[in-house]
Design a protein around this ligand. Sequence first.
Ligand code: NAD
Length: 314
Amino acid sequence: MLKIGLVGVGGISGEHIPVWEAMENVELSAICDIRTERMERYPEKHRYTDFNEMLEKEDIDILDICLPTYLHADFAVNAMEKGIHVICEKPVSLKKEDVDRVYSVAQKMNVKFMVAQVLRFWPEYELIKEIYDTGKYGMLLSGYMNRLGTCPKWSWDNWMKDPLRSGLVPYDLHVHDLDFMIYAFGQPISMQSHRSKRPEQDYISAIYNYEDFFITAEAAWYAAPMPFNAGFRFQFEEALITYVDGKCIAYQNDNTILDLSLGEVGGSGSLNLPRTNAYANEIHYFTDCVLTGKFPDKIRPAELETVIGILNEI
Ligand SMILES: NC(=O)c1ccc[n+]([C@@H]2O[C@H](COP(=O)([O-])OP(=O)(O)OC[C@H]3O[C@@H](n4cnc5c(N)ncnc54)[C@H](O)[C@@H]3O)[C@@H](O)[C@H]2O)c1
């Protein structure tokens, strides 16, 4: 039985905790947050307001870091130095040098470390990578990815609105789509971006140029109360694949229309593939790596460094 500890019982922990709870052979035994009220809904867990005390008193195998971004690397290093495997929310850091820092400690201590870049585990995004890799619909001609919503007002201490703690829209939202591009298509040849940044809103539009295609990506925290939405449109030689409002459709040039929706949210999934949850997929993948001793190579440090290098230019 693997013992799990989780630190940062804020917004995103609500996606992680049910996954750990539903797994067999793991026990989420301890949680930690500086706000005791955030832990009240989990009375059966060992609850800590001090992270070091949790590490001292609990015999944890895996730590799940759901803290504000600026704390990720230091907390990961602290736990790994004590021989604990770490899965950490995105982004790993705002600083490129932290990538080498965390992976060096993981190597030295012989523990696993993974940044939970959830789109790499998101069925509809994985499908795009598969279609691209197999050439099922011919060559990729262009892509469009978006991640748009209103400015976050719910984060602890308003850390998300602080550039030094969150990195704002590039590191909070656009990182998802850029990380997926680097994973699926490799490093772009060039990038051009535009940004409209005010204290109360932040919008970016970027074009990534590859040898045979280009991808336009938009991300925003608007001041206006726009409901969050994220999706894509990929134009292949023989089909257009869209992912809008959780529904993934292939419009084939032969006039056939296929519903490819695979995840928990979305359409009926006419391919009858199993419905999956990307947060569960990433946590299961990491746990399997810990159990089998395999390096979690679905996310590679060099790719994370490339992403941070590009984000720093936006
Ligand atoms: N993968 C995704 O889809 C996704 C979505 C949202 C957020 N995130 C990432 O998850 C991370 C957390 O975001 P969030 O929206 O949950 O933020 P949040 O502000 O809702 O939660 C952070 C929690 O950490 C706690 N905390 C702060 N300092 C602490 C400390 N020193 N010790 C213990 N607890 C402490 C806060 O009290 C808060 O409850 C961020 O890095 C963000 O980028 C990922």
